[in-house]
Design a protein around this ligand. Sequence first.
Ligand SMILES: Nc1ncnc2c1ncn2[C@@H]1O[C@H](COP(=O)(O)OP(=O)(O)O)[C@@H](O)[C@H]1O
Ligand SMILES: [Mg+2]
Length: 239
Amino acid sequence: MTTTRRQSVELVRFDHVGLVYPGGAPVLHGLSQSFHVGSFTFLTGVSGAGKTSLLKLIYREAKSTEGTVRVFGKDVSKLNRSELPQFRQRIGIVFQDCRLFPHLTILDNVALALKITGSDIKSSRIYAKELLDWVGLGQHMSDYPAILSDGQKQRVAVARAVIGRPLLLLADEPTGNLDYEAGYRLLRLFEELNKIGTTVIVATHNKNLISEFSYPELELYQGRLISRGREALRKLHSS
Ligand SMILES: Nc1ncnc2c1ncn2[C@@H]1O[C@H](COP(=O)(O)OP(=O)(O)O)[C@@H](O)[C@H]1O
Ligand SMILES: [Mg+2]
């Protein structure tokens, strides 16, 4: 399959999507946007703009109250409870706070993510070790999360998120607790994954860091997408 062809397939598609949390004010409005197979997108916007909510709509942690969200070609509102685990297996998620299990070694933190899909623990550990080598933490595999730096913990979280070979990687403020250098290194890992075909969406408000990369940026402002791509954003800010 050629790159051009892959780029033309929509992995995630929002059509006129709105979200109102129960008893709350509207959070997202009129979102129509596609994320193509193999794309890398930065989702930006100030705190409260709706970035986390948009990501939650993709992995069906939240349900749109208007419009349609399609992921892997399927309207996610139609997924029933029993279909959700399998659906989410194809999505890797990295959070700002890593969410590692403190009582497990970092090897088992990563391997466990595969084990719960039914893989045997031995092969899960072998693959987890390979991924820890890839993120530069192979020598720490027997350590517990507490002794790692925030940047190292976040790289463990990336290894864990991708061990199931997800088609789509979502990261919600993954660099929020990191210094510039560690944040940059983390985004490079996402870039490597993207280069081998993973579709990546990174929510962040760290404009300095993302200016190092040439990927398109979608900005949310009070729950609406106000710009598409760097050029549009530059024009908007200079007008
Ligand atoms: N579970 C929830 N229930 C009600 N309101 C929420 C919930 N989660 C987020 N919100 C509200 O939705 C808005 C957008 O939040 P969020 O998606 O977390 O934005 P961001 O990630 O850009 O900071 C905020 O006003 C927030 O208070
Ligand atoms: Mg958020």
